[in-house]
Design a protein. Structure first.
Length: 171
């Protein structure tokens, strides 16, 4: 892993604002199993501290995220690591983003694929550049990435939590 590639990075760019950045631009910010655990730990930390009123989820590089790294999933299935743990971790991150008392904002550019769409859709506000596009390849086969995705998407229209999406030209 080079200096520019790392697990997600947490910072506080302004009072009351937390910023989590996906930081694997050379791999289109594909999510690794450890990244999901790191995101959960960051959400725990932010909620425990209570200083942040807003959370921005962003990514370095050309693409927001190419989704979960399927090679890592395959390696996990071939080892003693149960693949279900990956599903649960992704579902846990999406559920935590949806349930956190902080206002959650996702800033997307380029591709938002697979499990990354679940993270983006779990946020209260979605901001995107004009080249931002979301794709869920598993939907072509009628499969959600995790079991809770179906209930999450059916609850979108009935949700009492405000939600919006905007896009603008890239600067």
């Amino acid at each position: 892993m080079s200096m520019s590639e790392s697990p997600p990075v947490l910072s506080h760019p302004a009072k009351g604002v937390a910023l989590i950045e996906l930081n694997r631009p050379g791999a289109a910010n594909r999510l690794q199993p450890d990244d999901l655990l790191q995101l959960l730990a960051m959400l725990d930390q932010l909620e425990r501290q209570g200083d942040a009123k807003a959370l921005v989820l962003a990514a370095n590089g050309r693409h927001f995220s190419a989704g979960f790294d399927l090679r890592a999933l395959l390696e996990g299935l071939q080892s003693d690591e149960p693949g279900a743990l990956v599903d649960k971790a992704l579902e846990s991150v999406a559920n935590r983003l949806d349930a956190t008392p902080m206002i959650t904002i996702v800033a997307v550019q380029g591709a938002v694929i697979g499990g990354a769409t679940d993270l983006a859709l779990a946020c209260d506000l979605r901001l995107g550049t004009s080249d931002a596009r979301m794709q869920m390849p598993a939907a072509n086969f009628g499969l959600p990435l995790y079991a809770g995705a179906l209930s999450a998407t059916s609850a979108v229209s009935a949700s009492t939590k405000p939600s919006a999406s905007y896009s603008s030209p890239r600067p």
